[in-house]
Design a protein around this ligand. Structure first.
Ligand code: ZN
Length: 342
């Protein structure tokens, strides 16, 4: 039993995107609904604080922070699909702050935490907003616990898109290992198995690119065969999860076939491996079908706490995980010098 604490705020609806944009304020209403149900169960939801300038400056350039700060009070277009409204700067600070607090809670209490935030973060680079992201929330959280003295932090990105921002921020840093499963080739174009880190960070970027159409069985296969064993060897003191639910079969942006039960199974595996070495903190990323987002969040909470009875669903005998096998073949070839034997 891992008692879970949630960090969220009703203010996340105040980041407003143009009509028809998939990363819309209604996603915040899903967070509010699942947080309210959590409170009804007598559980804790903590109100986050804004990230500080010092926290953001660990992963973003000063000039970039000035540019985003200058959007306060007016709408701006930062990228072909990344927009701000009058309050977006303040709300993005709150999203990054919630991620830092969730990470701190996990480290201090050795209990899992879940930050329900928007805008998402994993596409944001040191000096560039992109893919709906302003500040890289999970990277700010990882850098924050490294500044506190942690030596091994893992970020596992379960969003269907590759987290180009998180990868690039820590590409040469062996203290933060970045692991991602994602549809490939797909937006944003990065995430090939051959991208394995550089300099001191060589071997600490671990990409598992999956063909479109991957199922629960494919994801289960790559987590069980490679990601969990690699995490056990890396032994992270904190495991941060970029919790995107857009690999769900209902999602309108991508082409994967994950079910809610499949996501819960991945979350369960990550929570268990994290607990063997430290603890885990989850930070939301994408997930654009509101029904799937709500279902995945609630199933994840139960999976983290160990109260979810996983569906019989993932029948490892009946479904040959062809996409998972193909992905792992490329990962093994690329990572042979660093992670022999996976
Ligand atoms: Zn995504």
């Amino acid at each position: 039993m891992f008692p879970l604490v949630i960090f969220s705020s009703t203010r996340f609806e105040q980041h407003v995107t143009p009509p028809g944009h998939p990363e819309r304020m209604e996603r915040a209403h899903v967070f509010d609904a699942v947080a309210a149900r959590w409170v009804e169960k007598g559980r804790r939801v903590m109100t986050p604080r804004a990230a500080t300038g010092a926290e953001l400056a660990r992963v973003h350039d000063g000039g970039y922070l000035d540019r985003i700060a200058a959007t306060a009070g007016q709408p701006a277009m930062l990228d072909s699909d990344t927009f701000t409204s009058a309050d977006s700067y303040e709300i993005a600070l709150l999203a990054a702050g919630a991620a830092v607090q969730a990470a701190d809670h996990a480290v201090d209490r050795r209990e899992p935490a879940f930050a329900l935030v928007r805008p998402p973060g994993h596409h944001a680079e040191r000096a560039r907003a992109m893919g709906f992201c302003l500040f890289n929330n999970v990277a700010v959280a990882a850098a924050s616990v490294v500044a506190r003295g942690l030596e091994r932090v893992a970020v596992v990105d379960i969003d269907v898109h590759h987290g180009n921002g998180t990868q690039s921020i820590f590409y040469e840093d062996p203290r933060v290992m970045y692991i991602s499963t994602h549809q490939y080739p797909f937006y944003p174009g990065t995430g090939a198995a051959e991208e394995t880190g550089a300099g001191d960070g060589y071997g600490f970027t671990f990409n598992v690119p999956l063909d479109a159409g991957a199922t629960d069985a494919d994801y289960d296969y790559v987590y069980r065969q490679a990601i969990v064993p690699v995490l056990d060897r890396f032994a992270p003191q904190l495991l941060l999860v970029s919790a995107g639910f857009d690999a769900h079969e209902r999602d309108p942006l991508a082409s994967m076939r994950m079910t809610t039960g499949g996501y819960a199974s991945v979350v369960r595996q990550l929570t268990e491996v994290a607990a063997r070495h430290g603890s885990s903190a989850f930070v939301t990323e994408g997930g654009y079908d509101l029904t799937a987002l709500a279902a995945c969040l609630e199933a994840s909470f139960a999976a983290i706490e160990g109260t979810l009875v996983l569906p019989e669903g993932i029948d490892r005998q009946a479904t040959v995980p062809v996409r998972g096998e193909r992905a792992l073949a490329s990962v093994r070839a690329a990572q042979t010098a660093c992670w022999r034997g996976i």
